[in-house]
Design a binder for this molecule. Structure first.
Ligand SMILES: [Fe+2]
Ligand SMILES: [Fe+2]
Length: 192
């Protein structure tokens, strides 16, 4: 654990705001993990490591990815840093824990089927206090009570943010959001 944290700090030493961000994600994720019954050590590792490939050049980010994956996401290369971080955690530390790796991989867009740790890292990425999003306190509070609701909120915000920048959200991102909205509608119908 200590080695992973040290390496994350080293990788981000020239990007102090990003380092603050990953520390914030790790701390927020640990709090949510304790509330939602997830291993806090896994949350801490995923939080610290999730953005460590962010500033690697595109060749480094894609060196461990297969051709199909590189091709599939070439219009949305933002995802490479997430996929690359999961690969480098395996390569550098021999961590093959699918719960940790999956949470790192899906921190940008979410996914259709998500574990509790996936959801925690996804939400913590948006609501950790150092990122300075104005609604972060509200989102964190919501995540302590209703993690799915907080996740859907963050997914929507993220899609709107992409659109506001004049870009097109990826199909994966839109499908993940739609899937969870559908699931929520299904649940709502069952309870009424
Ligand atoms: Fe990221
Ligand atoms: Fe992040």
């Amino acid at each position: 654990m200590i080695e992973i944290i040290k390496r994350a700090e080293e990788k981000l030493k020239d990007h102090p705001n990003r380092l603050k961000h990953v520390i914030g994600v790790a701390e927020t994720a640990v709090k949510l993990a304790l509330i939602h019954g997830v291993d806090p050590d896994k949350a801490r590792i995923a939080g610290y490591w999730h953005d460590t490939s962010k500033y690697d050049d595109i060749h480094t980010q894609t060196k461990d990815l297969d051709t199909e994956t590189i091709e599939r996401y070439k219009t949305h290369p933002v995802i490479y840093h997430a996929l690359a971080a999961a690969k480098s955690l395996e390569r550098e530390f021999g961590i093959h824990d699918e719960e940790i790796l999956s949470a790192i991989r899906c921190h940008v867009w979410g996914n259709k089927v998500m574990s509790t740790l996936d959801k925690i890292i996804f939400v913590a990425d948006s609501c950790e206090p150092n990122r300075g999003f104005e609604d972060s306190m509200m989102v964190f509070q919501l995540a302590t009570e209703d993690l799915d609701q907080a996740m859907i909120y963050c997914m929507k915000q993220s899609i709107e943010h992409v659109i506001d920048k004049g870009k097109t959200p990826s199909i994966d991102q839109l499908e993940a959001y739609e899937y969870h909205m559908e699931e929520k509608r299904g649940k709502t119908q069952h309870t009424h």
